[in-house]
Design a protein around this ligand. Structure first.
Ligand SMILES: Nc1ncnc2c1ncn2[C@@H]1O[C@H](COP(=O)(O)OP(=O)(O)O)[C@@H](O)[C@H]1O
Ligand SMILES: [Mg+2]
Length: 305
C-alpha cells in the first residue's frame, strides 16, 4: 500500500457561535497520493480557502483530523506549527505575497535560510530553482519590476525551495491573464511531477482543469460530484473518466479521449503491426477518421460487387 501524503478525514470548520455561526466546511474527507495534483473547484464562499488553510496547518479544524505523511498536524500544538509550515508546505497565493524590499533572489533564498541553509548555499539553491523557472535574468530585480506572471513564478520558486511534501495554492491564477495563468500552472505541474511533489490547488478557474490529475467540486462546504481524471494511453491527454471512452485490456480498464484512440489502443486497426504507441492527439484522431472512411469505402465496394 502506498503511503498517503495528505489524509483529511471528516473535517469540519465552524466560525463563530450560536445564531451567527457559519459552518464553512462540513465533513470533508480527501486523500492525496505522493506526486498527485488535485484541483478543488467551487463557487466563491464554498469553503475552498478555509479547507486549504486547514490542510496547510494555518487554521485548526473544529472537528475531524488531518495527517501529513502520517503526522496528525491537526493535533499539534501551536508552537510546533511554524516549523512544519516552513519545511513541509509550500504556499502559493493569488496576490503572490512577495517581500517588496527584497530582490527576486533574496525573496527565495531567505526562505531556505529560515530552514537552516547557510547564505551561500541558500542563494545557490534559489538561483538554480529560479533559473529552472525561466527567471535567470531577473534575479536582482525588485518585485515591483516584474510582470504578474513573473511574480507568480518567483512565488512558485519560494514554495519549492525547502523541498516541501505538499504545495498548496489558493486561486494562483486569479491575478493573471488566462493564457499566462495556464502556462504557469503547466510549469508548476511539470516541476511538481519531476520532483514527485503533491499539489493541492483551490480555484474557480475552469481553464486550469487539465493540469490536474483529479478535480473535486466543493459546494456549501462539502464535496459534491467527484470527477476523476485519467490519462489516455495513446495520446496522453487528461480525460474525465466519467466522459471518456473506456477500453478493457489485460483485465484493466483504460480511458480514452475518443473512439479513434480506443481503437488504436486495442490494436485492432493499426496497420503497422504495433500494439500501441504515442501519437500526437490530432494525428491519432485524424488517422482514426481516415481508417474508418477507408473501411466504409471498401464495404460499399464489396456491397456493390
Ligand atoms: N474568519 C472567518 N470568520 C467568519 N466566517 C468566515 C471566516 N472565513 C471564512 N468565513 C466564511 O466561510 C465561508 C467560506 O469562506 P471561504 O473559505 O473563504 O470560501 P471560498 O474560498 O470558497 O470563497 C464563507 O461563508 C465565509 O464568509
Ligand atoms: Mg477563497
Amino acid at each position: 500500500m502506498t503511503a498517503l501524503t495528505l489524509d483529511v478525514r471528516d473535517v469540519t470548520k465552524r466560525f463563530g457561535d450560536g445564531e451567527t455561526a457559519v459552518l464553512a466546511v462540513r465533513g470533508v474527507s480527501l486523500a492525496v497520493q505522493p506526486g498527485e495534483i488535485v484541483l478543488i473547484m467551487g463557487p466563491s464562499g464554498s469553503g475552498k480557502t478555509t479547507l486549504l488553510s486547514m490542510m496547510g496547518a494555518l487554521l485548526k479544524p473544529t472537528g475531524g483530523s488531518i495527517r501529513l505523511d502520517g503526522t496528525a498536524i491537526s493535533e499539534l500544538s501551536e508552537s510546533r506549527l511554524p516549523d512544519i509550515r516552513l519545511r513541509q508546505f509550500g504556499f502559493i497565493f493569488q496576490d503572490f505575497n512577495l517581500l517588496s524590499a527584497l530582490s527576486v533572489l533574496e525573496n527565495v533564498a531567505i526562505v531556505a535560510e529560515l530552514a537552516g541553509l547557510r547564505g551561500r548555499a541558500a542563494r545557490d539553491k534559489a538561483t538554480t530553482l529560479l533559473t529552472e523557472l525561466g527567471l535567470a535574468a531577473r534575479l536582482d530585480f525588485l518585485p515591483e519590476k516584474l510582470s504578474g506572471g513573473e511574480k507568480q513564478r518567483v512565488a512558485i520558486a519560494r514554495a519549492l525551495i525547502n523541498d516541501p511534501t505538499l504545495i498548496l495554492a489558493d486561486e494562483p491564477t486569479a491575478n493573471l491573464d488566462s493564457k499566462i495563468g495556464h502556462e504557469i500552472m503547466r510549469l508548476l505541474r511539470s516541476i511538481a511531477k519531476e520532483q514527485g511533489r503533491s499539489v493541492v490547488i483551490v480555484s474557480h478557474d475552469q481553464r486550469i482543469r487539465d493540469i490536474a490529475d483529479r478535480v473535486l467540486w466543493l459546494e456549501d462546504g462539502a464535496f459534491k460530484d467527484i470527477v476523476t481524471m485519467a490519462t489516455d494511453p495513446v495520446c496522453g491527454m487528461a480525460v474525465e473518466r466519467e466522459r471518456a471512452v473506456s477500453a478493457e485490456k489485460d483485465g484493466d480498464t483504460f480511458f480514452c479521449c475518443s473512439r479513434g484512440c480506443r481503437e488504436e489502443f486495442l490494436g485492432g486497426l493499426r496497420e503497422d503491426g504495433r500494439a500501441d504507441g504515442r501519437q500526437p492527439h490530432g494525428w491519432s484522431r485524424l488517422a482514426g477518421a481516415l481508417r474508418s472512411r477507408r473501411r466504409r469505402a471498401s464495404t460499399t465496394q464489396s456491397d456493390a460487387s
